[in-house]
Design a protein around this ligand. Sequence first.
Ligand code: FAD
Length: 281
Amino acid sequence: MSDNQLTFSFEFFPPKTQEGMDKLIKVQGELTGLNPEFYSVTFGAGGTTRERTLDTVLKLKQTSGVECAPHLSCIGSSKESLLEILQTYRENGISRLVALRGDMPSGMREPGEFSYANELVSFIREQSGDHFHIEVAAYPEFHPQAKSAMDDLKNFKRKIDAGANSAITQYFYNPDAYIRFVESCQELGINAPIVPGIMPINNYVQLARFSDACGAEIPRWLRKRLESYGDDLDSIRAYGIDVVSHLCQQLLEAGAPGLHFYTMNQSAAVLAIWNNIHPEP
Ligand code: FAD
């Protein structure tokens, strides 16, 4: 498959400080050369980063000219506040969204008016017709709260049936998880593109903590190898680039429609992986 048919995208989080924003603009400048389809910007559940997500999206759009997709989560939010956000995005020329349920922030009690992401997708379609290209989340290793694998697949299908155009997966390090997941989706009649989410490895301790929380598996062989480097971050990064580049290659060879990189607002690992999967002729 030629690169022209593949969709590459990069995810950022909204910085808290001006220094963080300046750094992000630099990172984004380094990644714009890779000709991404879009950038996406995360959203704190319960609307905790509402203003910062919007500011970041507008800033990135203005400085790069690349399409920017804000994430929008519905847990803990009212229809009215979500409608306001959708309106603001439309007024600012945003036409792509990543629609999510999100997780209830600790201390927040009000569940809001939506329980699941499929309800948010339906709401966006009801309110905005076809204005937005809607991405949703998919879980090749299954969502940690899913009652069963089949239940999770059916719940994923609800989001596509509600009008989502495509999906980005939770990260994983076992390509078979993705390949089997896509096969199961096809058996259920889901034909929307499912783009693998790729998490570069920069810091093992952080990654292990995060993976436990979101249900992404770090295979034993990888965990043991990363643990063996202790505090040697350079070796962790070098090994991580090697492993993740190989993963990306396997996924593209298996027919993945593109790759979505969780950049953590850093470019070095993404650029190194990119060079490995796009060697100079
Ligand atoms: P859902 O699709 O609603 O699924 C959540 C759980 O409920 C699953 O177990 C599912 O099987 C079950 N379920 C779904 N629908 C139904 C139904 N109708 N009836 C019964 N059960 C159902 N979090 C953030 O806070 N901000 C972000 O910006 C963000 N970005 C993300 C981007 C990507 C690509 C991914 C993969 C995740 C992201 N997350 C983000 C994390 C996400 O919010 C959490 O994983 C959250 O727990 C689930 O969100 P969801 O949209 O997948 O939920």
